[in-house]
Design a protein around this ligand. Structure first.
Ligand code: M6R
Length: 608
């Protein structure tokens, strides 16, 4: 996730681009840059760090020109650095490009372009775009962009300028957002509406595979086969603040709704039907995997809950012993580690002090460390031996949602990668699992479309003092996460228990009206869960269960059920956590709490 902007008009572009970028910093902030055409030259200023650094650099090296593009980056390929920052230029410097998305076939394109004599200066996937455009350029930039785009696989919103056609800006999108702002004698492109709202409220919303050509005379929308497209102007009536949240009231709700895309992005180029799993930043060899005799998964908070899912899945698919630990416990308990130990560290921010300390402890004792993190270039990613990035984009709300589901996806990918190397599941089974996994984005959308049931339930129970969550197996892991979410943002006391533990103590707390949320998605455990449900309903509990569609036995046992579309049981947590996130959200709103910034909490816990 990154933010792109572009401008064509009569005013100086530089300050307009920077102002637009400032409204898109929520989409990424590890580096930023602008490229502006001055007569027949493209000048680029870009640098690592927040937009402030770019502003300082621009005040030292001001750029002149009335046509330009800008970018604020959230790194996926290549660490945050001056060189990896966008815009990226073609080899001869005549073409400059900003890009948001992921180019899946960049390795092949890079090799092909290298064989044609092109040299690359960055580690990004993006740099293939300007080089390809330069390769195809024969005097018509629109034609060259179209030819280059036809070679690219993946997701993109791209803005292009060319010094040989200095009054023009070309843009295109597929699976990444892009809008066009229509001012008076000036035009804009942007990843999101807030970037243009200070200048215009009239915009074109672009669809996939549509091209935009902007000159001082106006905007033309073109289809892939160069047919002109007519589009109605959309007039924005929201406030700038609401627009930044994509029309949602809070970042948390926006991020909950971004989960289908985040899931898809995290699987992109890693899980493909009929192809082995290949992971760019994981260098561990087949031999080294075979040598491992124990895995520790270590993390904090929500990331720790993703680790519990990881344990169940790795043990099931790879048949290796896995221990999950809370980082603050692990670092002080003198764990048994040697060079046959593998540690998997999970951290959204990659900067959590306890997690980092646990990583260092394990490395010092000879373990190999794989990091799962959302932040390219974070401390965890730099210190681990191997990294698997979750491509969730920046998570702003303190309560983690999309980072969690992508951590689950990362755990499945690692489990399948190990199973592939150790041969613990047949090729046929592997294909079946991958096929099912690839349906998760669409099924997550389906769950989101049923949120009314959750809202109604939230309205009934928001005054409760205590809520209990129950589950067995993977449902227990999700219960822990649901309970954490609820206490974090609604301040309701809640506990999660493994179903079988109920009779060992917690059942003493169940009385008339006690709210119990039950997970019953694991086929082989559903009967056991129904017994647990009966144990609490006989004592007067008010139960909301989540189960797969068609689980009639569950619906008969409870008052309220949230049905989830059927997937392989191992993937249930990806879907079942969504209603729990929504429940916490709706209760928090109803209670008037600060959803995005709950009391006493911080997004990144960099102190012990
Ligand atoms: O950045 P990390 O994933 O290392 O953060 C770990 C926890 O602090 C974090 O998951 C925390 O529990 C969240 N607020 C949960 O919503």
């Amino acid at each position: 996730m990154c933010g792109i902007v572009g401008f064509v008009g009569k005013k100086q572009a530089s300050s307009i681009l920077v102002e637009g970028l400032s409204k898109l910093e929520y989409r990424g902030y590890d580096s930023a840059g602008v490229a502006i055409i001055d007569n027949d030259h493209i000048n680029v200023v870009k640098c690592k760090g927040r937009l402030k650094n770019l502003e300082n650099k621009l005040s030292e090296h001001p750029l002149k020109g009335i046509v330009g593009i800008g970018h604020t980056r959230w790194a996926t390929h290549g660490k945050p650095s001056d060189l990896n920052a966008h815009p990226h230029n073609s080899q001869d410097g005549t073409i400059s490009v900003v890009h948001n998305g992921i180019i899946e076939n960049y390795v092949q394109l890079r090799e092909w372009l290298t064989s044609k004599g092109y040299k690359f200066v960055s580690e990004t996937d993006t740099e293939v775009i300007p080089q390809l455009i330069e390769y195809f350029y024969k005097g018509d930039i629109v034609e060259a962009v179209m030819r280059a785009i036809s070679k690219i696989k993946g997701s993109y919103a791209v803005g292009v300028i060319c010094s040989k056609e200095p009054g023009k800006l070309v843009a295109v999108r597929k699976d990444s957002p892009l809008i066009v702002g229509l001012g008076k004698d000036e035009y804009y492109i942007a990843s999101d509406i807030p970037a243009v709202l200070n200048h215009t409220r009239d915009i074109y919303l672009l669809n996939d595979n549509e091209f935009v050509v902007i000159t001082k005379d106006g905007v033309k929308l073109l289809s892939e086969d160069k047919k002109e497209i007519k589009r109605d102007v959309y007039h924005v009536t929201w406030s700038a603040n609401a627009a930044e949240k994509g029309g949602f009231d809070h970042f948390m709700m926006k991020e909950i709704h971004e989960q289908p895309k985040a899931i898809k992005d995290t699987m992109t180029s890693r899980i493909m039907p009929g192809k082995p799993i290949t992971l760019d930043d994981i260098k561990i060899t087949k031999e080294q995997i075979k040598n491992i005799n124990k895995i520790y998964i270590v993390a904090c908070g929500t990331a720790y809950h993703a680790g519990i899912v990881g344990k169940y899945v790795i043990e099931k698919l790879v048949r290796m012993p896995v221990e999950v630990d809370i980082a603050s416990e692990f670092r002080y308990r003198n764990p048994i580690i040697d060079e046959k130990t593998l540690m998997i560290i999970i951290s959204q921010s990659g900067e959590t002090a306890d997690t980092l300390a646990a990583l260092r402890e394990a490395k010092a004792q000879g373990a190999r460390v794989i990091a799962i993190t959302n932040v390219v270039g974070s401390s965890v990613s730099r210190e681990a031996d191997d990294v698997l990035y979750t491509w969730a984009g920046p998570e702003i709300a303190v309560a983690s949602t999309k980072a969690y589901v992508t951590q689950l996806i990362a755990m499945y990918i690692i489990a399948l990668f190990f199973a592939q190397h150790k041969g613990t599941i047949s090729e046929e089974k592997m294909e079946e699992i991958k096929k099912d996994m690839l349906t998760l984005p669409i099924k997550a959308e389906e769950v989101l479309s049923n949120k009314d049931i959750i809202q109604e339930f939230a309205e009934k129970i928001y005054k409760e003092q205590d809520v209990f969550f129950l589950g067995r197996g993977l449902d227990y892991a999700v219960a822990l996460e649901g309970s954490l979410k609820l206490k974090e943002i609604s301040y309701i006391h809640s506990e999660a228990y493994a179903g079988g533990e109920l009779k060992h103590g917690p059942i003493a707390l169940i009385e008339d009206g006690t709210v119990v949320i039950v997970g019953a998605t694991q086929g082989y455990l559903v009967e056991k869960m129904i017994s647990n449900i009966k144990e609490v309903t006989t004592r007067g509990a008010n139960v909301l269960a989540f189960a797969f569609e068609g689980s009639d036995e569950v619906s008969k046992a409870v008052d309220s059920v949230m049905y989830l579309p059927k997937v392989n049981d191992i993937f249930a947590p990806v879907l079942s956590v969504i209603p729990l996130q929504l429940l916490a959200y709706y209760i928090s709103i109803k209670k008037g709490c600060d959803v995005d910034k709950p009391r006493n909490l911080a997004k990144s816990v960099t102190v012990e």
